[in-house]
Design a protein around this ligand. Structure first.
Ligand SMILES: Nc1nc2c(ncn2[C@@H]2O[C@H](COP(=O)(O)OP(=O)(O)O)[C@@H](O)[C@H]2O)c(=O)[nH]1
Ligand SMILES: [Mg+2]
Length: 639
């Protein structure tokens, strides 16, 4: 467990940590000289059960709130320190407000310096503190009157911390590994070391991780967890990682960066969040307010785009998009604090709802419905709710990443949600069964409309139908919808084109008129119908137009293109095919020659060769040297 101190300057935080752990956390020379904490201090205390209690000692001075914030965004437990003589002071209130905005609900109050005041004063200060805590997340936490100088009151506080740490031990360590870097330095002999709080997951020595947002790859050479050499570092611990990597160096890694699993390396410059303004604050949070965003150990400037209304009054909350000046890593549930641009006031706090926020349409009603669903505590409920109304479909990869679910955790979630999964280009897309059914119905409706609008065409391609849908879907989705309909026989796939089973293409009126004249000519030719240019001459249409017309007629199945310049009626092709079949049946070895076919059909040698090659291509015949056999029944090839 990690305990962070909080409270006004000089109220005894550092001395109390020293009394509890024996460690002086004021380690910088300037801190020693001035007797004042400037940056975060760290101390560890081994517990009887073998675990280690970690302390993050924060500076109380108002100028160093930024450092305080880097230390408290990932902690589980707050120790609010108030001096009995002074009572609550400005940074007592500011730190408490920060803890409240970060929704830290576990903690205790240490009422220090009781050796300096009367018993009445102790009671008086207790009452003031009780009132101060009453409408915060820390309301009702235990209070321990102590003197770090005489040691009075310290044993009960220590016992309480030990007991709480014991209870926190079994906490779930879920998700992929994320460590919020608060320091980076070189150690002679070891190399690069980063320290920070582990927000989620666990990492082992030799694991490969990413320095985010930069993207450099690193390998863990060694781990100190809670100040002890360890094989693993896990959520809820402070760790020092000794790392190596070709793309990282000391001056490239800064407080605010992350060392994390590749699967959650997804830097963003916008994130959608719930933002809460403290009740005691003196002004509302306005749309597009310039702010410092403190998330993880980072301090990034940006602006707040309010998604519902133009301002949030003190004590109120609302959805907002944080638009950052530089990219950072953030995932759903990450807590943050907003301070004004001059970094003088804490103006709001909140938690991330969706780290993958769009820049356009961010306050559309569908988007707000999506965020409302993402606000659910349980990913199963969130996913179910998104699928059932809040969105067209869900990109499951993005969903799992936003929630920091390992693949096993994600599978466990998906198992509990009824949905149709479609393999996409990157990850899977999920649809609710209802939406999937609607999509299938819409495709059939659009297909019917297509046939009505283009009765002469065989049908439409999947992409053409996709473009007519009310809500655009990706090609992979339209393909999946179409495949399911084809499998069930609700759509027919003929080559490139899809059509409804009942669709019979009709000729366009102009073609129909030409067909009236062309058909008798083709019939009249018997087994030797006129060639394209002969037809063109008789029809007085021009070779190109005639050829185009015949190609369209072939698309509709009115004629078959036997050779480049020859289009035959289906019945003509069929009669020729029957001749081939007859010859094959009559022969001893089931084969017949070109000469035999020429003689029987009387169509001449040249056309015979064209017809037989057409039969080979159509699969009716198979050629062996100069003879052919019939491979399939005529009716199967030319129905
Ligand atoms: N008498 C008395 N003095 C204390 C106690 N705790 C801290 N102090 C003194 O208060 C001053 C500030 O303490 P420090 O821990 O640096 O305060 P911080 O700024 O909150 O970290 C130091 O001079 C301490 O010796 C206490 O319980 N009793
Ligand atoms: Mg201090």
């Amino acid at each position: 467990m990690i305990v962070a101190t909080a409270g006004h300057i000089d109220h005894g935080k550092t001395v109390l940590v020293k009394a509890l752990t024996g460690v002086d956390t004021d380690r910088l020379p300037e801190e020693k000289a001035r007797g004042l904490s400037i940056d975060l201090g760290f101390a560890y205390s081994p517990l009887p059960d073998g675990s280690v209690l970690g302390f993050v000692d924060v500076p109380g001075h108002e100028r160093f709130v930024r450092n305080m914030l880097a230390g408290v965004t990932g902690i589980d437990y707050a120790l609010l320190v108030v001096a009995a003589d002074d009572g609550p002071m400005p940074q007592t209130k500011e730190h408490l407000s920060i803890l409240d905005l970060l929704e830290v609900s576990e903690g205790a109050v240490a009422l220090t310096k009781i050796d300096r005041v009367s018993a009445e004063r102790v009671e008086e200060t207790k009452a003031q503190i009780g009132a101060l805590l009453s409408n915060t997340c820390l309301a009702g936490v235990p209070l321990f009157p102590v003197s770090s100088i005489s040691g009075e009151g310290l044993p009960p506080l220590r016992d309480h911390l030990e007991e709480t740490a014991g209870r926190a031990e079994g906490r779930r360590i879920g998700g992929h590994f994320r460590l919020a870097v608060d320091r980076c330095f070189s150690v002679t002999g070891a190399g690069l070391v980063v320290t920070g709080t582990v927000f989620s997951g666990a990492a082992r020595v030799d694991d490969h991780l990413i320095h985010s947002p930069g993207g450099g790859r690193v390998r863990i050479r060694g781990i100190h967890a809670q100040n002890r050499e360890a094989e693993t570092g896990a959520a809820g611990e402070r760790c020092a990682l000794n790392i190596v990597g070709p793309d990282v160096a000391k001056d490239m890694i800064h407080r605010g960066d992350w060392i994390l699993d590749e699967r959650v390396h997804a830097p963003v410059t916008r994130l959608d969040a719930v933002v809460r303004v403290p009740g005691a604050f003196d002004r509302p949070l306005k749309h597009w307010a310039p702010v410092h965003v403190h998330l993880g150990a980072a301090d990034i400037t940006g602006r707040v785009a309010l998604l519902e209304g133009r301002s949030i009054a003190p004590g109120g909350q609302g959805l907002a998009q944080l638009v950052l000046d530089c990219p950072t890593g953030a995932l759903r549930g990450d807590r943050f604090i907003l301070r004004d641009r001059s970094a003088r006031d804490t103006i709001a706090g909140g938690h991330v709802v969706d780290p993958f926020a769009p820049s356009r349409g961010r306050s559309k009603s569908e988007r707000l419905a999506f965020l409302a669903a993402m606000e659910r505590k349980d990913p199963v409920r969130a996913l179910a709710r998104i699928l059932n109304g809040a969105a067209e479909s869900v990109d499951l990869d993005l969903f799992a990443r936003a929630w920091n679910l390992t693949s096993a955790e994600a599978d466990a979630v998906y198992e509990k949600v009824t949905m149709v999964k479609v393999a996409g280009n990157v990850g899977s897309l999920a649809y609710s069964p209802q939406r999937w059914e609607d999509l299938r119905r819409e495709v059939l409706e659009k297909m019917a409309a297509w046939h009505r609008a283009s009765p002469e065409r065989l049908g439409a391609t999947a992409q053409e139908i996709g473009k007519t849908l009310i809500n655009r879907v990706s090609p992979v989705v339209i393909d999946a919808v179409v495949s399911s309909l084809v499998t069930e026989g609700q759509l027919i796939r003929g080559g490139l084109y899809l059509r409804l089973p009942a669709h019979r293409p009709k000729m366009r009126p102009k073609d129909a008129a030409v067909w009236e004249r062309a058909k008798p000519l083709l019939e009249g030719g018997g087994l030797r119908p006129p060639r394209v240019h002969e037809l063109a001459a008789t029809l007085d249409l021009g070779a190109k137009k005639t050829s185009d017309f015949l190609v369209r007629a072939a698309d509709l199945g009115k004629v078959l293109r036997v050779a480049e310049n020859r289009f035959f009626l289906p019945q003509t092709v069929r009669r020729l095919a029957e001749i081939a079949e007859g010859l094959a049946t009559e022969s001893d070895d089931c084969h017949f020659t070109v000469a035999a076919f020429r003689d029987r059909s009387g169509i001449g040698r040249n056309l015979t060769i064209q017809v037989l090659e057409f039969f080979d291509k159509a699969g009716l015949t198979e050629r062996r040297d100069n003879a052919r056999r019939v491979a399939k029944p005529v009716a199967a090839v030319f129905p």
